[in-house]
Ligand binder design. Structure first.
Ligand code: FES
Ligand code: FES
Length: 164
């Protein structure tokens, strides 16, 4: 099948590739770029395990063709830690608040939570629950995920206030 040339930015790095038009973004990320943080958890676009940030929006990367990401700026869980390897505040908060058990949903959940906090830096519990409603977790019962996102929001807001 003829391939299409795409250029995009993934986790801050320029990427160029030839992809088949039928290739899904999740497969391109996992198989071509070896970014296996975003997971595949369903065949129905329901689970959210494949969530990545695409041009400032959370997307389920199993619902996007790689060719549609031409020119896009993508963030995956692999891009959340800083260059020194220090975890993102959200990653630390999930660790400290036991926001994960098996961890399968966690990359998508944290990537979604990242965008949620960009859109709403001080969400209430119900806003968090609504904000992550596209991401399923079969283990935790969500309680500690919500707690972790709240804790991250407080820490991020505290950092902003201290800098102001
Ligand atoms: S793999 Fe389940 S929503 Fe994408
Ligand atoms: S921690 Fe297992 S699916 Fe969420």
């Amino acid at each position: 099948m003829a391939k299409t040339h795409i250029t995009l930015k993934v986790n801050g790095k320029p990427v160029e590739a030839l992809v088949e038009p039928r290739t899904l973004l999740i497969h391109f990320l996992r198989e071509d770029l070896n970014l296996t943080g975003p997971h595949i958890g369903c065949d129905t676009s329901h689970c959210g395990a494949c969530t990545v940030d695409l041009d400032g929006k959370s997307v389920k990367s199993c619902t996007v063709f790689a060719v549609q990401a031409d020119g896009a700026d993508i963030l995956t869980i692999e891009g959340m830690a800083d260059a020194s390897g220090a975890l993102h505040v959200l990653q630390e908060a999930f660790r400290e608040n036991h926001g994960l058990q098996c961890g399968f949903c966690t990359p998508g959940m944290i990537t979604r939570a990242y965008r949620l906090l960009q859109e709403n830096p001080n969400p209430s519990e119900s806003e968090i629950r609504h904000g992550i409603s596209g991401n399923l977790c079969r283990c935790t019962g969500y309680q500690n995920i919500v707690k972790a996102i709240r804790a991250a929001a407080e820490r991020m807001n505290g950092v902003k206030e201290a800098a102001a």
